[in-house]
Design a protein around this ligand. Structure first.
Ligand code: EPU
Length: 318
């Protein structure tokens, strides 16, 4: 089936924080043929389309949502391609900036989980992504949010990305035509390509050849560090606040929340993690109203004590 449509899906069943009321429908697209159907369907269903991957960075409110969830389910094994003309990328239009003779282009579908992609790259002896070990998202969401961890930002490794829009269908965008920053990606489509809804369909990353065991060791190190400092197996959406710009080394939103005593602070079924204060955890039966109240409380405490405004990092659907 190129496209599967389900009505009245619960966002709490589609997000790692396990919060959120019903959306109008969910369209799961498993191959390119399904994208043609999707254009017609979005037109007929009404509501607003929302691209959703693993739902690992989303806080959805409890009420009903006039949304059609669009999920790319293209998750075949990635393919690997030698970088053409990698010897002289500067002299070769279209070559990946910074490419070297050992650069390999990895193409992966948006529906592939980042952990699986990292596993394939490790077995293929490719380095670059190891810092993202333990990040639970998919390729599509990872690019759309510029997922980052331990100095690695997914969009910095991006060579090009293939997006789908209802107006233009599938289009490739070179990474250097896109803008990205801290947890932010903008394909800069412009009105010619449809400046509204877009969804990542697949992406290519420029990685470098390395010894497979060395890649595995770095992944193990990153995961051990993450597991010791973040609640990796809890029901969470990762960090809820961005780290404010200009903090001194070692300071972070988590540390600020920790210093005002919020580690482990609970409201109903939600709490700030006892391990890392910038993670909200659904202990079971939590609600979005509780999560938002805790966030406001944390924001106010940090502002009172440090005169710093914490900006929300998690994507709030209301
Ligand atoms: N810290 C505390 N108390 C806490 C939490 C942290 O004192 O409750 C201290 C730590 O000891 C450390 C500093 O704050 O000295 C920074 O903490 P950490 O290394 O855990 O990193 P972070 O700045 O809190 C960021 C990203 C994470 C990413 C890690 C690793 C943000 C908002 N968070 O966390 O990303 O995994 O670095 O690179 O940018 C996410 O995007 O959802 C996320 C979790």
């Amino acid at each position: 089936m190129p496209l599967t449509l389900t009505h009245d899906v619960l966002l709490k069943e589609r997000t790692t924080l396990r919060l959120g009321g019903p959306a109008l429908a969910e369209a799961v697209v498993s191959c390119e043929a399904g994208l043609d159907e999707l254009a017609k369907l979005l037109h007929g269903l009404g509501g607003r389309p929302l691209a959703l991957g693993a739902g690992s960075n989303i806080l959805a409110t409890d009420g009903p949502h006039a949304l059609v969830l669009v999920r790319a389910a293209n998750n075949a094994a990635p393919s690997f391609h030698a970088q053409p003309n990698a010897m002289s990328p500067e002299a070769t239009p279209g070559a990946t900036p910074g490419a070297t003779p050992d650069t390999v282009i990895v193409r992966a579908g948006a529906g592939m989980g980042l952990p699986r992609l990292l596993g394939h790259c490790q077995r293929a002896g490719l380095t670059g992504l190891e810092g993202l070990t333990g990040v639970p998202g998919r390729v599509g969401g990872g690019v759309a949010m510029n997922a980052g961890s331990y100095g690695v930002e997914l969009c910095r490794l991006l060579s090009r990305v293939r997006l789908w829009t209802p107006e233009s269908g599938l289009v490739w965008r070179d990474a250097h035509d896109c803008a990205f920053g801290y947890r932010r990606f903008d394909p800069q489509l412009g009105s010619g390509l449809g400046a509204g809804f877009w969804v990542v369909w697949e992406a290519e990353f420029a990685l470098r050849a390395d010894e497979s065991p060395a890649v595995r060791r770095r992944m193990e190190t990153a995961y051990a560090r993450k597991k010791a400092t973040q609640p990796v197996t809890a029901r969470s959406a990762g960090c809820v606040f961005k780290n404010p710009a200009g903090l001194t080394a070692g300071m972070s939103a988590g540390r600020l929340l920790d210093e005002v005593g919020l580690k482990g602070r609970r409201l109903g079924g939600m709490s700030f993690s006892p391990l890392h204060a910038n993670f909200l955890i659904n202990e079971g039966g939590g609600t979005a109203a509780e999560a938002l109240e805790l966030m406001e409380y944390g924001r106010a405490m940090v502002f009172d004590r440090f005169s710093l405004n914490l900006e929300t990092e998690v994507k709030v659907l209301s």
